[in-house]
Design a protein around this ligand. Sequence first.
Ligand code: PAF
Length: 278
Amino acid sequence: MQIHATVDALRASLNQSRRAGKTIAFVPTMGNLHAGHISLMRQARDHADIVVASIFVNRLQFGPNEDFDKYPRTFEADCAQLRDAGVEVLFAPTETDLYPEPQTYTVEPPDIQFMLEGECRPGHFRGVATVVMKLFQIVQPDVAVFGKKDYQQLMVLRNMSRQFMLPIKIVGGETVRAEDGLALSSRNGYLNPTERAEAPRLQQSLQRIRQAVLAGDKDYAALCQKASAELDSHGWQTDYISIRRQQDLMPAGPEDRDLVIVAASRLGTPRLLDNLEI
Ligand code: PAF
């Protein structure tokens, strides 16, 4: 696996591949890789000749009181996993490589950036969209793969690519779960053993809501309220559980089809995110 830290070195290598007629699939990450990331790498492989991954913990998408400094950095272990997965190229820039000057031009997503995750993490999606736009300009992939676990992020980036007419196919990768149903996430590492045993309750709550909706319950607000209260009675602090339309993440009404239940709740230190399509 080639590892490049600088934009120039990466561009030179990828230009060579493109001249040889190879297509490129790109999987951006913030490192601390787990089986969920590796499944995205494998999906990327199905879409192009070369898989390029990036590891960059993007300060721009963290709020002032969030875990940027503590975010787990496990570069050597990440490289070993990427090599095993057959990834050809890793882009691992430093902050000065990617932000050599203050990033005063930014990508401002529309109102979707202010709801759900955006309401809890002001500026988060501006930071995500801005770094992904930069990474897209650098890598110029044919395909990019993002996990469905970050459902709203996938939608923000899909819409960004479409509106800016980027010639990049955006692919959503299915969430990988532990055997007990907990969605894999780098932040699961913050859970102590008691919290880890409790953590699957989030997905179980979403499953129960899904069953109720499929059985004909249309009182979405009450269903979500009940699930949220139940979690909180087990020591969670729920930010939101909401039934939304898959197409635009707006609150779902009784006539809407193709729904998704989205949720974020804090358990001990980490805020856990999950979702379930209906
Ligand atoms: O999902 C992530 O890990 C990050 O938000 C991303 C897309 C790599 C941008 O920093």
